[in-house]
Design a protein around this ligand. Structure first.
Ligand code: PGA
Ligand code: ZN
Length: 424
């Protein structure tokens, strides 16, 4: 039974406040969880409650969210059985009473929701991935490792937010991580050899000033080869342009790189060219969140060649995913717990993807903490893909290291999703 729920204001990887929640049970069990925070957030995400008090953290404090956990949520959960996740999440939603969780804050609610799941796993004597995923949870995800950062995640001349390594041709997760780390270091060498900056952006990827967005793809292919690996076969590329962040004037303004203005159809043509030239297997948010018709055309043109992932357009919300399925806007969904605000609703979003035969990628946020919840969650959900940054910076590596632990713990039962050909 839940005996106490309390919260603290902690810092995320960008030095901004976020929420950490503790759930204590009457048998002495104590579980905690910390909530991440995005920078290129979707317009329809559940609301992250910030104080707006300029005297503290430039208005970014989360003291109100913390108080909502202690004063509103905690009293309602005392004496409850933490294994009743769906009921607890539903009751928090009823307490909040708004469609976007703006009264209590999705950051307050998600912290409680995740900590409750962890407490219940401890009571069950199971690691979190086995508690949430059942005895069949043995599939380690292919990581999408963001090694070149641009867009809102770096102060450089790249419009596109993320250029990722996909080491899908490895025999195990452990080896996949090695492929990724070795390519990352090779990329550092390629950049410094050209006199480019090797300072990193928010997700641990390098953030050089390049002459064009496309140059990032060239550099990555060169790095994969320099690491002694085969581009495409062993290590492929995934992109997240995060196009909502450069949408403007009825189209897309590639103003950071000086790439000019493009229509939705011209963006799709650009991606089609890149897909012919580089080993790209996944394309996320190639268009903006409100460009639904563009996404339908985009998926018709590219969806048989690469995985088309919707992030800002779906915001892990079943209402938007349902529309996307009906309109064939994508064939995969990016899954972020804090976009929707409870563990139960996140699982509902994944169930909907499964029903539609769509893929799903469990994801971190650009502002993260050392909490590795999503590593367990990705294995539990079994979708075979996780996106959690470069193999660099503690808050990113915490997730990869947890996946190494899970693979070790599963031993011979562990399956790396390498058979999962992303582009077939
Ligand atoms: P965000 O970026 O966490 O800043 O929203 C991640 C993404 O767009 O996938
Ligand atoms: Zn994204």
């Amino acid at each position: 039974k839940i005996a106490q729920v309390y919260a603290m204001e902690i810092l995320d990887s960008r030095g901004n406040p976020t929420v950490r929640v503790f759930v204590g049970l009457d048998d002495g069990t104590l579980a905690q969880a910390s909530v991440p925070s995005g920078a290129s957030t979707g317009e329809h995400e559940a609301l992250e409650l910030r104080d707006g008090d300029k005297a503290r953290f430039g208005g970014k404090g989360v003291a109100r969210a913390v108080a909502n956990v202690m004063d509103v949520i905690a009293p309602a959960l005392l004496g409850r059985d933490p294994s009743r996740q769906a009921e607890i999440d539903q009751d928090m939603r009823a307490l909040d009473g708004t469609p976007d969780k703006s009264k209590l804050g999705a950051n307050a609610m998600l912290g409680v929701s995740m900590a409750v799941a962890r407490a219940a796993a401890q009571v069950a004597g199971l690691p979190l991935f086995a508690y949430l995923g059942g005895p069949g949870a043995c599939r380690l995800p292919v990581p999408m490792m963001n090694v070149i950062n641009g867009g809102k995640h770096a102060d450089n001349s790249i419009d596109f937010q993320e250029f990722m390594l996909v080491p899908h041709g490895a025999p195990s997760f452990r080896e996949a991580l090695r492929y990724g780390a070795e390519t990352y270091h090779a990329l550092k060498g390629v950049l410094s050899h050209r006199g480019l900056s090797t300072a990193v952006g928010d997700e641990g990827g390098f953030a050089p000033d390049l002459d064009s967005n496309e140059a990032a793809c060239e550099l990555i292919v060169e790095a994969i080869q320099a690491a002694g690996l085969k581009p495409g076969e062993q290590v492929a590329i995934a992109l997240d342009p995060a196009a909502s962040s450069f949408a403007g004037n009825g189209g897309y303004d590639l103003s950071k790189s000086g790439g000019g203005h493009k229509t939705s159809a011209q963006m799709t043509d650009l991606y089609a060219q890149w897909i012919r030239s580089y080993p790209i297997v996944s394309l996320e948010d190639g268009l903006a969140e409100d460009d639904w018709a563009g996404f339908t055309a985009h998926t018709a043109a590219l969806g048989d060649k690469v995985q088309i992932v919707g992030d800002d357009i779906f915001v892990t919300n079943t209402a938007f995913i349902r529309r996307g399925i009906a309109e064939r806007c994508a064939n995969a969904v990016l899954i972020k717990l804090n976009q929707i605000g409870t563990v139960t609703e996140t699982i509902e979003a994944i169930d909907l993807c499964r029903e539609a035969g769509w893929r799903y990628v469990v994801s971190h946020r650009s502002g993260e903490t050392e909490d590795s919840f999503i590593a367990d969650f990705a294995v539990a959900m079994g979708g075979g893909q996780i996106k959690t940054g470069a193999p660099c910076r503690g808050e990113r590596v915490a997730k990869y290291n947890r996946l190494l632990e899970i693979e070790h713990e599963l031993g011979r039962a562990a399956v790396y999703a390498s058979a999962y050909r992303l582009n077939t």
